[in-house]
Design a protein around this ligand. Sequence first.
Ligand code: ZN
Length: 99
Amino acid sequence: MSFIQCPYCQSSHVRQTDSGNAHANYFEQLQRCISPTQMAMFGMQVAKKAGVSPFIGATVGVVIGGVLVVVSQYCFEKYYSNAEQYVCLDCQQPFAWAK
Ligand SMILES: [Zn+2]
């Protein structure tokens, strides 16, 4: 049996939580940071400075944004496939514990 401690207050009063919720929250936040609209706007600004068509810039921006989302999704899955989600019962802080 493994001994799991809260990383914030060192308490051993922890409870395992549903990791599915953490995944959903993470991707919600990620998609808010790297939305296709924001990447298109960014691409258009770069295109304007580089002297190319804003339409091409927007397309490139959306493609780069899509790649960023996929890559971070892959890294996240790789890391969290070995981790379990816990919540501390003393300080209420959620944390991931790698097995
Ligand atoms: Zn704690």
